[in-house]
Ligand binder design. Structure first.
Ligand code: GLT
Ligand code: MN
Ligand code: MN
Length: 389
């Protein structure tokens, strides 16, 4: 019998806003009572999570007095030390308060932009105080409903200026902190700038300190855009930019559902887990999801346990896939290479180019070869459905 108990080395983390989600939606009010940050840490300790992440205002309400803030921090710190949970990531809430209704770093109002920078510097201080090494930026309000309202180019310039300023702040303070930018195509804005992980990667390359900045791709956000999530993650990984990851699930073409990890598209979740484990990604596996609105806090625990359990089951399946003789011999057959073309690959030179132009290819025969992907995919399905031992 396999052991699916979460271990610290799995680096399973949850945001305070995930298990603390009270089920508010555009059509209904809260169904679960408020729990303090310390209570949520204890809940996470009970289900076996490794870490907890927070927005500044998940921990300290935006209008808390300094003495209230100190009391909350004290209680939170105590809960962390009692449970052994760590805080690997923190972020800023730049989307809930009415002041951000037209964006934070991209607002047309310079006072709002300046306030957003001030709020983020304070939130960075708070995250670092609790040990965060990764700082996420999700610009949920950085967009438009009407493109008459803002210049899309100016918005990118403003975003860049903010990132450059905040990178310098981190350097100035000598913080050991990296930034991870999280894309989303829409919601809450009609459209959000830098809508996919690919856009973010291109944006990062234009910053003053690109080495400090990577991405935080989220399953649901790329599925909303109809994109293969694992492909985006792989591209970020290959570029050395996979600093963090938000795991959940999502039906395409719907509002942001933040479903329990692996609860919708098991096959996509399998390829994702297999990728992360195969490349030995060693960052947090952060579940940015929440339980169904039907649940009480026992159901929230079921939800959190389910996210971690599914990840571990899929990790085991990935191991099984890699060890399966038939799968591996099919893969070897598919990738068979007699090396005769090696002379043409790699760095360009004129001799290679002219040699390649003279090479004759049996195009028709090459196109006739069956690739056996149907068999390979069915073997994958058999493994996932548990009938292949
Ligand atoms: C919000 C959003 C998430 C982001 C969080 C970080 S907040 O819940 O839907 O995808 O990761 O700001
Ligand atoms: Mn997210
Ligand atoms: Mn989301």
């Amino acid at each position: 019998m396999s052991d699916y108990t979460p271990k610290p080395q799995n680096k399973f983390t949850f945001g305070l806003w995930t298990v603390g989600n009270r089920g508010v939606d555009p059509f209904g009010s809260a169904v679960r009572e408020h729990k303090s940050p310390a209570e949520l840490v204890r809940l996470l300790g009970e289900v076996g999570a490794y870490g907890v992440n927070f927005h500044d205002n998940d921990l300290i309400p935006i209008d808390a007095t300094p003495s209230e803030a100190e009391a909350i921090k004290r209680e939170f710190r105590k809960a962390l030390s009692d449970t052994g949970l760590v805080v690997p990531m923190a972020t800023t809430n730049l989307f809930s308060d009415p002041v951000f209704k037209d964006g934070a770093f991209t607002s047309n109002d310079s006072k709002v932009r300046a306030y957003a920078l001030q709020k983020t510097m304070n939130a960075i201080d708070l995250g670092v105080e609790f040990g965060a090494k990764t700082y996420v930026f999700w610009g949920g309000r950085e967009g438009t409903e009407t493109d008459s309202s803002k210049s899309a180019v100016k918005s990118i310039e403003r975003s860049r200026e903010a990132m450059n300023f905040l990178c310098e702040y981190v350097i100035d303070k000598k913080y050991d902190l990296k930034f991870a930018l999280e894309a989303k195509p829409n919601e809450p804005r009609g459209d959000i700038y830098n809508p996919t992980t690919g856009h973010m990667l291109a944006f990062i390359a234009t910053l003053d300190h690109p080495e400090m900045v990577g991405v935080n791709p989220e399953v649901a956000h790329e599925h909303m855009a109809g994109i293969n999530f694992m492909h985006g993650v792989a591209q970020a990984w290959e570029a050395g930019k996979l600093f963090h990851i938000d795991l959940n699930d999502q039906y395409p073409g719907r509002y942001d559902q933040d479903l329990r990890f692996g609860s919708r598209d098991i096959k996509a979740a399998f390829y994702l887990v297999k990728f992360l484990e195969d490349v030995k990604y060693d960052g947090s596996r952060h579940f940015d999801a929440h339980s169904y609105r039907t649940e009480d806090y026992e159901g929230v625990k079921d939800f959190a346990r389910g996210c971690m359990r599914t990840y571990m089951i899929l990790k085991e399946k990935a191991g099984q896939f890699n060890a399966d003789q038939e799968v591996q011999s099919l893969l070897a057959e598919i990738n068979a290479d007699d090396g005769s073309m090696n002379q043409y690959f790699g760095k360009y030179d004129a001799k290679k180019a002219s040699g390649l132009k003279e090479q004759s290819f049996d195009r028709v025969a090459l196109g006739k070869r069956g690739l056996r992907y149907e068999r390979l995919d069915q073997l994958t399905i058999d493994i996932l459905l548990g009938i292949r031992k």
